[in-house]
Design a protein around this ligand. Structure first.
Ligand code: 13P
Ligand code: SF4
Length: 305
């Protein structure tokens, strides 16, 4: 079967079965083409809530599918490739946060959305990379404990110096692998290009960037900029999507290490199989987990929307 024929079959099946397909922007081009929405983790969680379909497929990683389920309890939510997890999401156990809260009751616990549903149940508010600074500024407390991404937390601290932000250690192994030497090398190869970087990169790399933002922030910046060349400091799919969207500009991956193996697990065949009812995993969360985790996400949408 040719890719185009497979995609046509999927478009037919998703209509027939009333399925909304969400694709995180780290997904491959051929998946984005058959999705109803592509976006960053914040946009997808809002889109899922608004989607009229009764079933939602997540082409992304597990915490994203869990977030959709928490926000849309009555919908059937399917993680298209059940093996796709985010290692950062599982770095901190809920018990560790409970212990921290006992010792430090004066802190507001801010959880990056890249966390498990179980962890969200013990936190106060979620943030995404596109909303973290705005939300931390709005929180009515000057003492913040931020988890699990200490690189994003460090970036937020620099934007919001008036608050004290305690970083609970963790991070994205993919973005954190980029070094200052990688930036120097890319700048040598592409001297006229602007450097656009995700805040999950280490602070020294973030400091060298011309623009820092979420996946959608980076895409918007590149689309609207009068500049013609860009080094992309986030997962390499973003450089690929941008090249399609802006064929007259040039996009260069910052590093060949910026490939997330979990995001790359989902294939077109996985989507087709899930649509046929032969694959994917339905996300099941207890009503208690949904109620508790939802407070954290609702607060994110209220403060970040
Ligand atoms: P965004 O919120 O920018 O989409 O990031 C999600 C992610 O997993 C980054 O590594
Ligand atoms: Fe998780 Fe990093 Fe992959 Fe994003 S890029 S899904 S944070 S491992």
């Amino acid at each position: 079967m040719r890719i185009r024929d497979m995609q046509d079959e999927m478009l037919r099946l998703k209509k027939e079965k009333d399925v909304c397909i969400l694709a995180h922007s780290y997904q491959a081009r051929e998946i984005v083409e058959i999705a109803d929405y592509m976006g960053d983790s914040f946009q997808l969680s809002v889109m899922a809530q608004k989607a009229p379909q009764k079933t939602v497929f997540m082409c992304g990683v597990r915490f994203m599918a869990e977030t959709v389920k928490i926000l849309s309890e009555d919908k059937r939510v399917v993680l298209v490739n059940p093996l796709a997890g985010c290692p950062m999401a599982e770095q901190i156990e809920p018990e560790m946060v409970e212990y921290f809260k006992q010792k430090n009751p004066e802190y507001t616990i801010v959880a990056y959305i890249n966390t498990t549903a179980a962890l969200k149940t013990v936190c106060d508010v979620c943030v995404t990379s596109s909303t973290a600074v705005k939300i931390v500024r709005k929180i009515q407390n000057d003492r913040i404990a931020f988890l699990p991404d200490c690189n994003l937390g460090d970036y937020v601290q620099k934007q919001v110096p008036e608050k004290e932000i305690k970083l609970l250690q963790g991070g994205c192994p993919i973005h954190a692998s980029v070094t200052v030497a990688d930036v120097e090398n890319a700048r040598r190869l592409y001297p006229g290009a602007l450097l656009l970087v995700h805040p999950e990169c280490i602070p020294k790399v973030v400091e060298m960037a011309d623009y820092v933002g979420s996946t959608s922030g980076i895409m918007e910046y590149a689309k609207n900029s009068p500049h013609r060349e860009f080094i992309i400091g986030t997962e390499n799919s973003i450089a690929e999507h941008l090249q399609y969207i802006c064929p007259d500009k040039r996009f260069y991956p910052l590093s060949k290490k910026l490939i997330c193996p979990n995001m790359k697990l989902t294939t077109l065949v996985d989507v087709l199989n899930a649509l046929k009812g032969e694959g994917g995993e339905e996300i099941v969360l207890s009503p208690e987990t949904i109620t508790k985790a939802r407070r954290c996400i609702d607060e994110m949408i209220r403060l970040g929307g």
